[in-house]
Design a binder for this molecule. Sequence first.
Ligand code: SAM
Length: 362
Amino acid sequence: MAELAGVSVRTLHHYDDIGLVQPSERTGGGYRAYSAGDVERLREVLAFRRLGFGLREIADLVDDPATDAVARLHRLRGLLVEQRDRTAAMVTAIDKELEERAMGIRTTPEEQLKMVGAQLYEVIGSDYATTRRTEPRIAAQVWDALGDARTVLNVGAGTGSYEPPDRAVTAVEPSAVMRAQRPAGAAPCVAASAESLPFADQSFDAAMAFSTVHHWQDPIAGLREMRRVARRVVVFTHDASDAGWRHRFWLSRDYLPEVADLVVGRPSVDRLAAAIGARMEPVLVPWDCADGFFEAYWRRPEAYLDEPVRRAMSVWTRVGPAAERRAVRSLREDLASGRWAERNRDLVGLDAAELGLRLLVA
Ligand SMILES: C[S@@+](CC[C@H](N)C(=O)[O-])C[C@H]1O[C@@H](n2cnc3c(N)ncnc32)[C@H](O)[C@@H]1O
């Protein structure tokens, strides 16, 4: 069996010990005897393994009573096609960099990450859980929007923030670095991307996505996938138009205008909402917000001087080190001179701010 499957005998013994693939019989001499059904299960386990799933995740997948062998083959096929497309995109990106280098053009940090096919969060995500956690007042708004949904898919789930504790949650997260930080006992997590969700139509009461849509390669395709697999869709994102987020928030307006470059070519919040027929509600950011996202410290500006705080906000990596250094230096000077306080006098008395963050509910 080991020879046929191309794995070691030790691997087979380990799968047997942990109950992942247990041969149905033993020969008189005590050897493990694998039936056709056992071989099918082993084949599935090895295929998921090659796609980067952990053994515990694989056990959840192959033992899921809601799926049969055909559904799992569809899921595997979807994941493999996605991997193939990602490899093709990587080759294209490398070709492009080679051409640009030949012309003496330098690439941005974000482009460099794409060249190696790396997910941004594989690179910046290792300390995510230190500052990024559930903000209870925003969670209440999200959970309220989920209505009476009993089964919930959390797409771009990261370390599990905002997953409602009283419903059956399934998480989807492409980054292994992020999956590894999910606490023990967190909802089962599937390694996949929003644009190609490995689930049947309408298989969840609701699907949610928190602070992740701006990272998706194709946000509209991802939202349509959420719509396909769930009856209700709840998305927390920002309005990146001039009138919204960028100009409302002093950090992007006065210190980091480069955020404008990050939203070029991205669909507007209105287009996102229209793609799934969603209504939109504003999400206010409390002055003492517990989740350290980009806008969280609007009334605590000193926090942005702290490197670990900034590392858990992708914006800083995406604008590149030169812009980051300049913005932080300028903020530090303005805090010391009193210029920041002078310019932002009106914020001091506010308990919560409208910074262009939005909840889309469909
Ligand atoms: C800012 S984190 C948010 C994580 C979590 N929802 C939270 O609120 O803490 C963004 C997450 O989106 C994930 N992500 C990036 N591209 C994705 C895609 N195409 N589909 C699903 N998730 C994606 C990243 O790996 C990362 O974990």
